[in-house]
Design a protein around this ligand. Structure first.
Ligand SMILES: [Mg+2]
Length: 293
């Protein structure tokens, strides 16, 4: 059996979206306290978690809503715009330090990119700019086939609709049985890809959706990308450097608890990178050109 293409989900597949969001929100709350918000960090974080689950992770004004919920006496004498801007800035700053791919995902994508004939893409659910931005922050865009990036908002079809997967295959003239899809969610990634007849790989790395169920079974289940590398060498005869020996997992830190509640809407793959809510304030703090924010 050989492969013509491999597509990846993004959130909680190429990186730990849940861990990133937790760190970014933590840093935002710390920043608000530093500029004068008088609240305990734990209370502020718990309030922010509620905002995210009530307004969804793709909402653009989490910090404005957070502030509206807090009695004014807790930030007497501080301009609320400064509080919101400090949170937005801290969130953006966290991207630079913490929006990192799983190292084994990065290594596999890099090695796969040496196979020029193999299409390497993503099929991702989310907002166009936010998902595109993640690929750049993660440093994996350079390993992808530029015409193989499918983001639900941009295509107008969302997971788990099989049409999204079919579009990717038909646009690129790919036969589903020779196309692999790797994702962390059974119902939203594996079921639709199975329905089309793709080779499916379920990444079980803990995380928020570990207990979620699907209707169909994946072709493969993996715990990390070294296992996928092994499968590609063994079953698809892809020439790749051999998998690295496993590091002991005992005592490894558990994944950070998610800030998302069970009531996160079904159309979100993962928490998203907040857009600045006070545009002017955030822009002055952000050195990147407007188009990249
Ligand atoms: Mg995912």
């Amino acid at each position: 059996m050989s492969l013509d293409a491999i597509f990846f989900d993004v959130d909680d597949t190429l990186f730990s979206t849940s861990e990133f969001a937790e760190k970014a929100r933590h840093n935002s709350c710390v920043a608000m306290i530093e500029v004068g918000l008088k609240l305990e960090l734990a209370d502020l974080m718990s309030e922010l978690s509620e905002v995210v689950s009530e307004f969804t992770s793709n909402y653009d004004h989490h910090f404005d809503q957070l502030l509206r919920r807090i009695p004014r006496r807790h930030y007497k004498g501080v301009n609320p715009a400064i509080l919101v801007a400090s949170a937005v800035k801290a969130y953006h700053d966290t991207k630079a330090s913490e929006l990192q791919p799983y190292p084994d995902a990065f290594d596999l994508l890099r090695d796969l990119s040496r196979h020029e004939g193999l299409v390497r893409g993503v099929i991702s659910s989310g907002l166009t700019i936010k998902q595109a931005e993640k690929l750049l922050w993660l440093g994996v865009y350079r390993f992808l086939t530029p015409t193989a990036i499918y983001i639900s908002e941009q295509i107008g079809i969302n997971k788990p609709n099989v049409k999204l997967f079919r579009r990717a295959c038909s646009d690129l003239n790919l036969k589903p049985p020779r196309t692999m899809y790797v994702g962390d969610r059974l119902a939203r990634d594996i079921d639709p890809a199975n329905a089309l007849g793709m080779v499916t790989v379920h990444l079980k790395r803990g995380g928020r959706h570990a207990t979620e169920r699907g209707e169909t079974a994946p072709t493969y289940t993996i715990g990390d990308f070294e296992e996928l590398r092994e499968i590609m060498i063994r079953d698809f005869e892809l020439e790749l450097p051999p998998p690295r020996p496993r590091a002991p997992v005992e005592g490894a830190p558990a994944p950070a608890p998610s800030a998302e509640g069970a009531d996160e809407p079904a159309d979100a793959d993962g928490p998203d990178v907040e857009a600045p809510s006070l545009e002017g304030a955030a822009r002055s703090a952000d050195p990147r050109p407007a188009g990249e924010r």
